[in-house]
Design a protein around this ligand. Structure first.
Ligand code: FAD
Ligand code: DLZ
Ligand code: SF4
Length: 526
């Protein structure tokens, strides 16, 4: 009997973002009796039309993980995308694998996405075999933990959740107190950066034979998906991801805090870690990473604001958005508190816009399947918010274009944090800002066709009139927000002519968006 037809005690199904030997599904696994199942399926590549690099990254990491587990002595039944008979779906592939291995039980770790959980709930019936779904122990807070924390709270404030995670893990704690006497050093993390020849570069890797094969496969099967693969440099093995992690800790972490919000045209990565794709698929363990950051601070290698800023993103924001996602699904993705309906402009795909900031971010997204947090939030995110783009289209864009995007983490960041479409579940006010913010934090404006200092008229930075138009347009829903009281007061005090000039300029920008043809995205290839 060939190995991939071997009878199994347990058939352990490992999804593409579960690539760790420490997954709960592998707990107690026995190489002598169990079979691991992994499959590349068309449905997962097209339910969102992912960036080409994202598909290549996941397939290559999956193939390498299968080899890693084979070296551990496991039989891995691996179905490739082009294998004959591949049904193209998780359920179809599980059915076929159950027929091949006739297991006593299927074991799987719960998925990151609601959509896949719904699918899993039907598996026991579909395959006529017991299916055990185990919790994902890569997270500090289980769904029940988060629900218990959220119970009875009027506002789900991330900061309070984060403090609990600090206490729970002991990270940056001195006894019962936060290190340095403060929980949060964000106020020190807002410096603009200067372009610097000696800025550290994140560790990138030459594609090996496996990656080269999947890049060709992706080019062939997903030619019309967004993105270029030319600059593919992602780690695809655990050992490479660990080297990328160590390089970040050594070279960039110390300045991470100071320049977390900065943006520079010639430095797409600045002091960011680029570790999210690895953490999200299981190549790096988030808690282990935070412990290393804590140790670097305790050893005096990095300042407290850097260590705290980084650890807060992971045990704070990352855990918190996952909690919100599972608490509010299903339905969270349909929220549209501000009633925004405009179609996503084509330049989110083509980068063909005279707004230098947006052009840069879209080009970097196309070339690297990456943009850092402030680019996502304050450039493409804020523009979509101010222009009143349909949040579902914004969500679909973010889910497709970034190598680290999975709905559990992407959706709350987009629907909640960036588009305020959840009406304030996740954030207390919308991230609306005029061009002045981008000018302060970046070097984009200096070489832009628009003038960031001009408030209205054809040469004015479009963010400027759109900012006031957004507030005016949404006054009914936002003017009672305490954090916007002063802003609305300023608007009310502005003289009538000035207000009219803002609204007229905004109308001209929005008309330009509406009149431009929409050929990409949802309309392209379905
Ligand atoms: P660093 O700046 O080096 O940060 C360190 C780590 O902190 C990241 O690797 C990530 O694991 C974590 N982190 C930081 N901020 C967040 C956050 N807000 N939510 C969750 N984790 C966070 N992150 C994703 O992993 N997947 C997404 O699909 C995603 N979509 C986003 C969409 C929008 C509109 C916004 C504003 C943010 C989104 N983020 C997403 C969060 C954040 O932008 C990315 O995690 C970060 O840019 C990844 O790059 P990095 O590894 O260099 O991060
Ligand atoms: C994102 C993705 C892609 C593109 N392809 C696959 C695949 O072919 N096989 C697989 O097991 N997983 C893939 N993934 C990751 C899944 O979409 C992810 O596991 C679910 O969305 C649950 O989070
Ligand atoms: Fe962006 Fe406005 Fe600055 Fe141009 S002027 S780069 S559009 S913020």
């Amino acid at each position: 009997m060939t190995l991939d037809r071997r009878k199994a005690r347990h058939l352990i199904f490992i999804l593409g973002d579960q690539l760790s030997p420490a997954m709960s599904s592998l707990n107690g696994a026995d190489p002598a009796q169990d079979v691991l199942l992994m499959c590349e399926v068309a449905d997962e590549t097209t339910y969102a039309r992912h960036h080409k690099q994202k598909i290549a990254f996941i397939f290559s990491a999956m193939r390498h993980f299968a080899d890693e587990m084979r070296r551990e002595g496991f039989v891995v039944d691996y179905v490739k995308l082009n294998d004959r008979g591949n049904t193209g779906s998780f359920t179809g592939e599980l059915e076929r694998a159950v027929a091949r291995h006739r297991p006593e039980r299927v074991i799987v770790t719960e998925p990151g996405e609601w959509r896949v959980m719904e699918m899993m709930r039907g598996w026991e019936e579909a395959v006529a075999c017991p299916v055990e779904i185990r919790p994902d122990i890569r997270f500090l807070a289980s769904h029940a933990d988060f629900a218990a924390w959220a119970e009875g709270r009027k506002q789900l404030t991330m900061e309070f959740f984060y403090r609990e995670m600090r206490r729970k893990t002991g990270l940056l704690m001195e006894g019962d107190e936060p290190a340095g006497g403060k929980w949060n050093y964000d106020a020190q993390n807002r410096k603009p950066a200067a372009d610097d020849l000696f800025m550290p570069r994140p560790k990138r890797f030459q594609p090996d034979a496996i990656t080269t094969d999947v890049i060709a496969l992706v080019e062939d099967r997903f030619a019309d998906h967004f993105g270029s693969q030319e600059k593919f440099g992602w780690a695809v093995t655990r050992e490479q991801a660990e080297r990328a992690r160590d390089a970040f800790l050594k070279d960039a972490l110390a300045a991470f805090g100071d320049y977390q919000d900065a943006m520079l045209s010639r430095q797409p990565f600045l002091y960011h870690s680029l570790l999210s794709p690895y953490i999200n698929i299981g190549l790096l363990d988030p808690l282990d990473l935070c412990r290393r950051v804590d140790a670097a601070w305790r050893a005096g290698d990095v300042p407290l604001n850097a260590a705290e800023g980084f650890i807060r993103q992971i045990i704070g924001w990352r855990e918190y958005v996952r909690g919100v996602y599972w608490l509010k699904m299903p339905g969270y993705g349909d929220m549209n508190f501000l009633g925004a309906t405009r179609d996503l402009p084509d330049f989110y795909w083509t980068a063909e816009t005279e707004m230098n900031c947006v052009r840069h971010v879209v080009e970097e997204t196309r070339d690297h399947a990456y943009a850092h947090h402030i680019q996502r939030l304050m450039v493409t995110g804020t523009f979509a918010l101010l222009a009143g783009i349909d949040p579902r289209q914004v969500h679909e864009w973010y889910l497709e274009v970034y190598a680290d995007a999975y709905e559990w983490v992407e959706l709350p960041n987009v629907i909640g944090m960036s588009q305020f479409a959840d009406g304030g579940i996740l954030g207390t006010k919308p991230y609306a800002a005029s061009g002045a913010y981008i000018d302060r934090m970046s070097d984009y404006c200096g070489s832009c066709r628009y003038d960031v200092r001009q408030k209205t008229g054809p040469d004015a930075c479009p963010f400027n009139p759109l900012y006031w138009d957004f507030l005016d347009r949404n006054a009914k829903k936002l003017s009672r927000n305490q954090r916007l009281t002063q802003t609305y007061r300023n608007w009310a005090r502005m003289d009538r002519e000035k207000r009219k000039a803002y609204l007229d300029s905004a109308r001209a920008v929005l008309k330009g968006l509406d009149d431009a043809p929409k050929t990409y995205g949802r309309t392209k290839g379905g």
